[in-house]
Design a protein around this ligand. Structure first.
Ligand code: FES
Length: 104
């Protein structure tokens, strides 16, 4: 059975360094364009309940603007304290001019 990918954006919708809030599978996620590649991650920081959408993308990392933690967009791993738990990441694929995310 095919994974439940959902179309969440047009393929050229975001420029490098931009992100967009998306809803997929009942989850609040962020779709991020980092250096031309798309990543999907949980919207909320793992440190406190704060939206990473208020932060920024630097290279292939996302920074939380509340306390300054960075997360690797590919793995979700925390790179800078105070966060010490990863954020969840989700598979992304490009097809038919759209960006698809598997939120399962
Ligand atoms: S809420 Fe994100 S680092 Fe503290």
């Amino acid at each position: 059975m095919q994974a439940p990918f959902e179309a969440v954006a047009d393929i050229d919708e975001l420029s490098p360094g931009e992100m967009k809030k998306i809803h997929a599978g009942g989850r609040r996620l962020l779709l991020c364009n980092a250096e031309g590649d798309y990543y999907a991650v949980d919207e909320m920081c793992s440190h406190e309940d704060y939206s990473l959408y208020l932060g920024c993308i630097q290279g292939r990392k996302i920074k939380c603007s509340l306390h300054g933690s960075y997360f690797d967009l590919a793995s979700g791993a925390p790179l800078v304290e105070p966060a010490d738990e990863p954020i969840r990441t989700y598979p992304v694929k490009l097809s038919a001019g759209r960006v698809w995310v598997d939120p399962s």
